[in-house]
Design a protein around this ligand. Structure first.
Ligand SMILES: *Cc1c(COP(=O)(O)O)cnc(C)c1O
Length: 427
């Protein structure tokens, strides 16, 4: 496999765009590999500038549950675009999409569209603060909720309970109200609630984290969060930007039967176009302008082309319900990775929830950010590069999630399994 055109494009982009990328993980620096420049996609395949094809398990970071360039979506998008790409006025399709989402996720009574997952979580937190009249937000180490200032926080030292900025350019003052808990550790949450419960506006969590790699919520963790939120009067916000419509038609909240007050969505609901949405209890959402005093807005929010892509995607998901089948296929991949690793005597844990999975090179249990970070990411890099040479594209970071789409048919899964076995022989 050769990449002269991809490399040339990357070098040119580096002179124009910071790091040559419009989002950091696209640089492939996490796997010590040259970045791929995508040309086009079709179904489960991605084609790069040099004409190499890859069986794609990145799937636009989970946004594409029906694979690349799904004809139903692309035709509807083309038709919508031909009728005007944006009006800055309401269109009927926005309400149709909202109705589909509300029918799938019963905890969402009212919904507002935005343009990214970042905006969705940032806005959900604002309305939670407006509703409760409180300031603090509790998040979990390793969970990613977009790049808004207050949420780019990491755990401080043992002496401080408030987060420290995890990015340059974020004043410490801006993360002063962000508390950091440990995922799957209710005691850590209870301690923070004891200390700060009276000022706690919201607990925000990825119900199945995908951004430290997949971690399964264990032992009633999500249910425990619901109880602690109720006890302190904080709102529970599920960031289902990945899990929404991915793990189930009704999202992770349906899978685990825990009802949040607010839910954030993105990725799948835009069918691969830029999107976000947040929604939940009507009495909370009513506080948003123009009904209420919490300001939130967007020139292109609910854009008709995006909303059309989302509507077609969700209609198909509603009718086809591929979630069990996708989970079974991802389960076969996970089992084969573990089997090949055992045969090669390489310690591996595959964490999988439904059709999302992460391969950790580790022989300890993965329960939170600390245990996830102890995996061998150098080895993941080799695994990634060897698979790429065999035409299989995994996420270009061991801290991320692989996704199976409806286009990953049994034949494609079988090809992937052959590549996996050949890679473990070479690792
Ligand atoms: C991708 C993601 C976001 C951010 O969405 P953007 O559209 O990239 O801003 C937020 N939360 C989670 C859980 C995500 O996976």
């Amino acid at each position: 496999m050769d990449f002269p055109l991809s490399r040339e494009a990357a070098v040119r982009a580096e002179e124009l765009i910071p790091g040559g990328v419009n989002s950091p993980v696209r640089s492939f620096s996490g796997v010590d590999a040259p970045p791929i420049t995508a040309l086009k996609g079709e179904g489960s395949f991605l084609l790069d500038l040099d004409g190499n094809t890859y069986l794609d398990y990145l799937m636009c970071w989970g946004a594409l549950i029906f694979g690349h360039a799904d004809p139903e979506v692309t035709e509807a998008v083309a038709e919508a675009a031909a009728g005007g790409t944006g009006f800055g006025l309401s269109t009927a399709v926005e309400a149709e999409l909202a109705e589909l989402i509300i029918s799938a996720i019963p905890s969402i009574e009212r919904l507002r569209m935005v343009n990214s997952g970042t905006e969705a979580v940032m806005s959900a937190i604002r309305v939670a603060r407006g509703f409760t009249g409180r300031n603090a937000v509790l998040k979990f180490e390793g969970c990613y909720h977009g790049h808004s200032d207050a949420l780019l926080a990491k755990a401080g030292s043992g002496l401080r309970t408030f987060g420290l900025p995890s990015s340059a350019g974020v004043p410490e003052d801006f993360t002063r109200h962000t508390l950091i808990g440990r995922f799957n550790d209710l005691d850590s949450v209870e301690d923070l609630c004891m200390e700060h419960g009276e000022d706690l506006a919201a607990i925000v969590v990825e119900p199945v984290p995908g951004n430290m790699g997949v971690v399964e919520p264990r032992n009633g963790f999500l249910r425990g969060l619901r109880e602690l939120a109720d006890r302190t009067g904080a709102l529970l916000i599920f960031d289902e930007v990945i899990t929404g419509f991915r793990v189930e038609w009704g999202g992770a909240q349906t899978l685990y039967a825990v009802t949040p007050d607010l839910t954030c969505l993105g990725k799948i609901i835009g069918g691969g176009l830029p999107v976000g949405a947040f929604g939940g209890r009507a009495d909370v959402m009513r506080l948003l302008a123009p009904e209420g005093p919490v300001y939130q807005a967007g020139t292109l929010s609910g854009n008709p082309v995006v909303a059309t892509a989302g509507k077609i995607t969700l209609e198909r998901l509603r009718d086809e319900r591929p979630h069990d089948e996708l989970a079974a296929r991802a389960g076969r991949l996970a089992a084969e990775i573990e089997k090949a690793a055992r045969a090669a005597e390489i310690p591996v844990r595959v964490e999988r929830v439904r059709s999302m999975f992460t391969t950790y090179f580790a022989d300890h249990e993965i329960t939170d950010a600390a245990s996830a970070q102890m995996a061998d990411f150098e080895r993941y890099g080799r695994f990634f590069r060897l698979l790429l040479e065999r035409g299989v594209l995994l996420p270009p970071s061991g801290h991320e999630t692989a996704f199976v789409s409806t286009c990953h048919t049994d034949d494609r899964i079988a090809e992937t399994i052959r590549a996996i076995h050949s890679v473990f022989d070479a690792l």
